[in-house]
Design a protein around this ligand. Sequence first.
Ligand code: ATP
Ligand code: MG
Ligand code: MG
Ligand code: MG
Length: 525
Amino acid sequence: SVLTSEEVRNTFLKYFENKNHTIVESASVIPYNDNTLLFTNAGMNQFKKIFLGNADKNSELGKLKRAVDTQKCIRAGGKHNDLDDVGKDVYHHTFFEMLGNWSFGDYFKKESIAYAWDLLVNVYKINPDRLYVTYFGGDKELSNCNEDLETKKIWLQYVSEDRILPFGMKENFWEMAETGPCGPCSEIHYDRIGNRDASSLVNMDDPSVLEIWNIVFMQYNKDENKNINKLPYPCIDTGMGLERITSILQNVKSNYDTDLFIPIFKEIRKLFPYIPEYEGKVNEEDINKVDYAYRVISDHIRCVTIAICDGCIPSNEGRNYVIRRIIRRAIRVGKQYFNIKSDVLWFYKLVNVVSDILGNCFKDLKNETKLNYIKNVIKQEEMLFNKTLEKGVEQFNKIIKKCQIGKNIVVGSGSNDGTSVNGSLKDGISNSNKQVVMFRGKDAFDLYTSYGFPIDLVEIMCEEKNIKLNIQEFNDLFKKHQLVSDTNNFKITRFFDLPVEKAHELKTIHKINATIDNHKYTWNN
Ligand code: ATP
Ligand code: MG
Ligand code: MG
Ligand code: MG
């Protein structure tokens, strides 16, 4: 019989519990006390102190020798950013769960590989002929880190040589962020097709071969000067994507065809019975817009539900801005591909189904008060965005009207030839010999910064009006803007770190049923 995602998760936890690992709770997706990270991006984040040898030996953390958990991860910024892949492929999410087991100066390569293999092949019963493994092939710049032949040798006990492949820094040297713990790694990949010659897959660039599990041999710490120093003791850090392993064990074509996503698709369809059904094509060339929309929306609702649950509040700064953008993208995709009308508030209605799917594991999602809070925050954000869009469209039309003279649409010049000031012609006199049908990148950029008006909408609207958009100019401005906002990325607070007045304000706006007492507050049920 096929395992549910909950069973896949619990089997993992139980397996390692039986091997003397302590089951640890997932940390928040908002990193605690770590400004090298935008969001928690891997299971090891919460153990960073132990790797570095900085954990208090008498604390619970400091006493851990072996641990196992499922970690809520978000990869939508910083060193690991998969935001742009979502919906375009079927195995990168913004939010995903990373199953992991750790050894802190306890077991090392041999045991970690033996455990992983045993669990996959003997417990989950994956056909070993479908598995490939990779190891670190060395790097000239890292003098103390040569080809990892020790790992290759261990794998030879389980896998034939043609399925053990070396890769370089990018694939097989894992780093948490620009600084921090790192080390060579060994990955396990699964061939969804099977029965093929291993030599056809030596580059592992076939999308039907899926990376499922990464075993990192943590041995170094990278400092600000990019120097790599040895950790006090070698550690094991592993990570396996729950959505990916579940898709394999449920024998379906993609992560989106598992019980982690299908109920969300059903809910979308229930809200909008007229939209076409999900087709589920997985080849990147064949993915149609409807499938893309289902995927993006369901990915994004999981991500923002978890993020808000853990304390994010959509706003214009840092990680909260990322969350705002993710909400807006989902809403926009809904408008564009499902024709959802602007005055319909719908996205927040998907929070309940996320709570159904993940609530048994992440108990906060079952708390009625918190759930209502999350829905309320998203609903507010939807209303705000709709208003923003309305204003943006109005402004867009104003820019165009100002410049529309006769039948010729003359919208700025894009270049500095003096024909336009603020999108309108100087003196208001048409230079009819010189029809410049160009929407200025600067105007598009202003729409973006003042109204959050997305560039792809400007593109569509320009197209409709047969106007050319100076996208180059927009991109240049946007790049500069991003550089600036990146440096502000980390200034962010979470709800419970807010000043009391701000918390009170939010409490009123979002009708939060909580008691705020000095700097502490409690959710009431
Ligand atoms: P990929 O090469 O597919 O981007 P990765 O090498 O960046 O994955 P790791 O940092 O090694 O990923 O993370 C450990 C595991 O977490 C991966 O083997 C994969 O199963 C899972 N994983 C990583 N990123 C994602 C994601 N964006 N969505 C879903 N699962 C992911
Ligand atoms: Mg990646
Ligand atoms: Mg990889
Ligand atoms: Mg990897």
